[in-house]
Each structure stands twice: as structure tokens, then as C-alpha cells.
Design a protein around this ligand. Structure first.
Ligand SMILES: Nc1nc2c(ncn2[C@@H]2O[C@H](COP(=O)(O)OP(=O)(O)OP(=O)(O)O)[C@@H](O)[C@H]2O)c(=O)[nH]1
Length: 561
């Protein structure tokens, strides 16, 4: 197979708003081309991580090479899966850079949503061929005609170009493969040129080191070749290379236009920088433009629940960041929490996914401080509009029922719960995406939260001056709900400097777990005591006050407005 004619290669991604059905369509394409068997067990094969399966979202892009027979010829279709959530749009842009075209999926019921627009522009600016696919036509409320009109109006793509499918039932999915062959151009790279490959993703494997996913922009690569990474200038010998189908299939060579993986004795993901160019030692080439590095938008401190777990947690954080180069790590320490780290994430979901992976894959128990967004120090007065201090930029009607609005928001206002709130206020109809618009001047102050006079470091936040009182009050109320009553009274206070601006009280309550089983047997008592002790492990002490671990993140999610 190796020497596959480049005219019969198609490299494409599926892009869509979250839940519009990318992974379902990807599974169908894999089944149709025989890459996986048609059983229920194979549901969402490209979503490999445990968190992805549990949360039903794609976090990391995955790749699969498919062989498809059309009019007597076999084609090699390289499908690069992309994540759908706003936090991960960085993964989308790097995936599509290895492609010549995209399938733009739009839900036949929901129509164009925020990430449909954002992803469309990523593909459009990269000058890729775009095939609009209207999915879920089997739904009772599906209105593909209306969606086609939206696509024509917003993206200027004629309705006739849309393919109507049901990824769930498999309706017209074969047509999607045919249109990929017919409409997408093959890559124009030549195997006669010097070898040049783009690293568009990389993973760390505990046994084999770094596995880099590459797209060949010229020449060919063979096992045993010596290659150089343009970024670090280091040289490596190729130990293994092959196709991803989606499992690794080793081959002897990869050619221009193909997509595959390479293992070359790289020990850290840093050595296979995403966006890096690989080339042959003997043929210096001009490096590819690379990518804008992912920018951390949300920062939080992370500390072991118990300081004696520090080294175990350090090794877990290191291993996990090897697989996710968009997390930034800095060592940090605090009087209250001991030694830990300051981590930077793309968004709150990214942060939650990271924590979940730490707990699931490394069995780590951590305390995470209130997420904050980066600020610059020179601050004066703000623009201040409405609840979230937003400034409207423009407004476009997509159709009679939908409008697309652009606002300039302080990042702080959207990072924690804006997305959830917008969804619930609009009964799930509104959608949202964002990009960085740079720093703006604002008048902000530091607010502390105290439990019986002791500051809770995790909850120290920066708030806008005009919002301090309401934010402090809301925080105290939510903490009052989140902290169970204890044997003594607890004062919950919000303070700016030494000035207390809000207070709630948690009344004392005596909970004797044994009271109910007076005279009961010993094993029952032991069980109850054990249960209580386990409950305590999930608690953190602030002075003498026990705080449940999940209270820290829950109190940040606002329920007001
Ligand atoms: N009725 C119907 N449901 C579908 C269809 N395609 C997908 N779904 C359902 O829509 C939901 C979301 O589908 P996914 O394939 O997970 O969506 P996704 O776009 O990959 O989501 P992310 O990976 O998180 O971005 C799932 O519950 C699917 O079963 C379809 O054609 N018809």
C-alpha cells in the first residue's frame, strides 16, 4: 500500500458545533470502510480517553486512515477528528492544517450555532474545500430546508451542495464518502521533493516515548532514516512509522500527502512540538509556518490534599502534561496549602477534564483553587455595561428566528459559568464561542473569604469594584449551603483588606452517627464510623472547619441573575 498515488489521497476533518454528531459520523465512516466492525461496542472509536467517553465530548483530536473503493479505484481517506467544545478550538485549528477539506456538520434541528460559525471560518481562512453536511434528518423536528437556507445566507454556500444525512441511522453516509472523493482536492505534495512533515499532534507512550502524528508535505520517510526537528534542531533515528487505522499499523515508508505516526526516540513531548517541521538530515528545508501556541486563559493553583502525596502528584501532573501540551505548569507554594503548582488551562472545561484525568488515571486527590484569568497590573476605570460588563460589537440575523451577536466581554465574566447560564436561560437554544480580544483597563480588587476568621486561600478572587458587595454576598450564601453544619457555629465572611463586606452564619449542629443504633450490633457501628471517616477524607480543614472538597468549585458557579 505504501506507495499510494497522491491523486487518490484525500485528507479531511469533520468540524461541527458540540453534539451535532461528528463522532457518530466518524464511527459510521470507519464502519463503512471496514476500519472497524459494525457493533455497538465500537461506539465512538475516535473518542479514546475515558473522560471523553464519560462526558460524551471529544477532547483530543484523533486520526484514522480509511481505504474506500469508488468506481473501481481505491482511495486513501485520512480522517482527522476534532473536538467540539469552545475550550478546545485550538485543537481544531491544528487538525485542519493537515487537511485540504472539511465536512461541516450542522444539526438539522438546531441549525447553525456559534462553533459552526467559528469552525467554518477556521476552514475558510485555511482555504479548505468545505462540504456542508446536515445531520440528524431522522429527528421529528428536523428542518433541513431551513438549515440549508441558513448555510446559504451565512456562509454563501449554495443549498445544492449540502448533503442531508442521519449519522445515527447511516442514511446517506455512503454519499458523504463519495463526495469526499469527488469534491476534495488531493494534496499537491510530491514524493520527489525533499522530505518534509508537519507534526500536528503528539502523544506520550510510557514504553516507546513520544508518538508524533505527522502529515507529509513532501518526499517520503523510511524506517531507519535520520530526521531533524526544526524547532530544537535535534536529530533522531526513525524506529517505527505507520498508518493510524485508527490503531497503529506499522509500514516501511510514508509518502508525500499521507498522514501517519512516527516514533523516533523522542523522550519528551516538547521534542515533538505541535506545529514543528521534521526533515531529513541531508536536505535542509524551510520550516512550515507552525501554529499560534495555545494560550492559557484560566489559571488555578493545584495542591495535594495531603503534603506527603506531593511527589506522587508531581509525577502524575508531569505525565499528564506530556499528553496535553496546552496546559502550562509553574511551581507554586502557599502558607495554607503547602507546595503545589499554578496551572494554566484553555478554559474551565479543560481544567475540569484535567482534574478528572488526574483522579481517574493517576488516582490523585487534589485541591484546586478558584480559577482566575490573567490580568495586567496597570488598572483604571472600566467599560461597564449590563451584568457581565459586555460591549456589543455587531449583530447579524441568520434567519427569522436566529440572530448572531458579537460582544466584547471581560474574560472573567464568561470563564466560569457563562456558557451553562446562557444554555439554561435560552432553554438550550443559544450557543456561544469566544476568542481573545486582548487586555482592557478595569478597576478590580482582591476579595478574601474567611471561615471563622481564617482566610480560605482557594477562594480568594479578583472582582470588579462595582460587583464586590454582590459577589461577596453571593459567595457567603453559597458557602453557607455547601458547608455542612458542624459541632460549632461558623462565621462565613467576605472581606476586602480588613473590611468585612458580607457575612452568613452556619449554625452549630451535633451529628452523632451512632445515636440511631443504640444497642445495635458492633459491625453496624463499625460500618457507620468507617463511612463517616471516609466522608472526612473528602474534606479539607480550614482552621477547625471541615469543608467538602467539591465546595471549592461549586461555590464559584453563580446561580444568581
Ligand atoms: N437522532 C439522531 N441523533 C444523532 C445523530 N447523530 C448523532 N446523534 C446523537 O447526537 C449526540 C451527539 O453526537 P456525537 O457524535 O457525540 O456529537 P459530537 O459532535 O461528536 O460531540 P463532541 O465530540 O462532543 O463535539 C449523541 O447522542 C448521538 O447519538 C443522528 O443522525 N440522528
Amino acid at each position: 500500500m505504501s506507495k499510494f498515488p497522491v491523486e487518490r489521497i484525500r485528507n479531511f476533518s469533520i468540524i461541527a458545533h458540540i453534539d451535532h454528531g461528528k463522532s457518530t459520523l466518524a464511527d459510521r465512516l470507519l464502519e463503512l470502510t471496514g476500519a472497524i466492525a459494525t457493533t455497538d461496542k465500537n461506539k465512538q472509536v475516535l473518542d479514546k480517553l475515558q473522560v471523553e467517553r464519560e462526558r460524551g465530548i471529544t477532547v483530543k483530536a484523533q486520526t484514522a486512515s480509511l481505504f474506500y473503493k469508488y468506481q473501481g479505484q481505491t482511495y486513501l481517506l485520512n480522517l482527522i477528528d476534532t473536538p467540539g467544545h469552545v475550550d478546545f478550538s485550538y485543537e481544531v485549528s491544528r487538525s485542519i492544517s493537515a487537511c485540504q477539506g472539511v465536512l461541516l456538520i450542522v444539526d438539522a434541528n438546531q441549525g447553525i450555532q456559534a462553533q459552526t460559525v467559528a469552525n467554518f471560518y477556521l476552514a475558510f481562512e485555511a482555504q479548505l474545500t468545505i462540504i456542508p453536511v446536515i445531520n440528524k434528518i431522522d429527528l421529528k423536528n428536523a428542518d433541513p430546508e431551513r438549515v440549508e437556507k441558513q448555510i446559504e445566507k451565512v456562509f454563501d454556500i449554495p443549498s445544492e451542495e449540502c448533503i442531508r444525512i442521519s449519522a445515527k441511522l447511516g442514511t446517506n453516509v455512503e454519499q458523504v464518502l463519495q463526495e469526499v472523493v469527488k469534491r476534495l482536492p488531493p494534496p499537491t505534495f510530491k514524493k520527489e521533493d525533499p522530505f518534509k512533515a508537519l507534526v500536528f499532534d503528539s502523544n506520550f507512550d510510557h514504553y516507546r516515548g513520544v508518538v508524533a502524528n505527522i502529515a507529509l508535505f513532501g518526499g517520503y520517510l523510511s524506517k531507519g532514516d535520520r530526521i531533524i526537528s526544526a524547532y530544537l534542531g535535534k536529530s533522531y533515528e526513525v524506529n517505527e512509522l505507520g498508518l493510524l487505522r485508527p490503531d497503529e499499523h506499522p509500514t516501511d515508508r510514508l509518502y508525500a500527502g499521507q498522514v501517519g505516526y512516527v516514533i523516533a526516540g523522542m523522550k519528551e513531548v516538547k521534542e515533538a512540538q505541535i506545529g514543528d517541521t521534521l526533515y531529513h538530515q541531508k536536505h535542509l528545508v524551510e520550516a512550515l509556518p507552525g501554529f499560534k501556541p495555545a494560550k492559557a486563559m484560566v489559571f488555578a493553583g493545584m495542591y495535594p490534599m495531603d503534603q506527603s502525596d506531593y511527589s506522587a502528584l508531581r509525577s502524575a501532573v508531569e505525565k499528564l502534561t506530556l499528553n496535553d501540551s496546552s496546559v502550562t505548569v509553574q511551581r507554586d507554594s502557599s502558607l495554607a496549602l503547602g507546595a503545589g503548582w499554578r496551572l494554566g488551562f484553555l478554559g474551565l472545561l479543560h481544567m475540569e477534564v484535567f482534574n478528572q484525568r488526574l483522579e481517574q488515571e493517576y488516582n490523585a486527590s487534589v485541591i484546586v483553587t478558584a480559577p482566575t484569568v490573567p490580568y495586567k497590573a496597570i488598572l483604571s476605570s472600566a467599560k461597564l455595561i449590563k451584568n457581565r460588563r459586555a460591549v456589543q460589537k455587531n449583530m447579524v440575523y441568520i434567519d427569522d428566528h436566529r440572530v448572531m451577536m458579537k460582544y466584547l466581554f471581560p474574560l472573567n465574566e464568561i470563564v466560569v459559568d457563562f456558557y451553562d447560564l446562557l444554555k439554561s436561560m435560552s432553554s438550550g437554544y443559544a450557543s456561544f464561542d469566544y476568542e481573545d480580544a486582548g487586555y482592557q483597563a478595569a478597576h478590580v480588587i482582591k476579595m478574601d473569604i474567611l471561615l471563622n476568621g481564617k482566610p480560605v486561600e482557594e477562594l480568594t478572587t479578583i472582582v470588579h469594584k462595582d460587583r464586590a458587595y454582590s459577589a461577596g454576598k453571593a459567595m457567603c450564601e453559597r458557602l453557607q449551603d455547601a458547608i455542612p453544619r458542624q459541632m460549632f457555629e461558623i462565621a462565613v465572611q467576605a472581606a476586602i483588606g480588613s473590611k468585612v463586606i458580607a457575612r452568613e452564619t452556619i449554625k452549630a449542629y451535633k451529628k452523632n452517627v451512632l445515636a440511631k443504633c443504640y444497642g445495635g450490633d458492633v459491625t453496624r457501628k463499625m460500618k457507620l464510623l468507617k463511612k463517616q471517616a471516609e466522608g472526612k477524607k473528602k474534606m479539607r480543614y480550614i482552621g477547625t472547619v471541615q469543608v467538602p472538597k467539591d465546595a471549592f468549585i461549586n461555590v464559584l458557579k453563580r446561580k444568581d441573575k
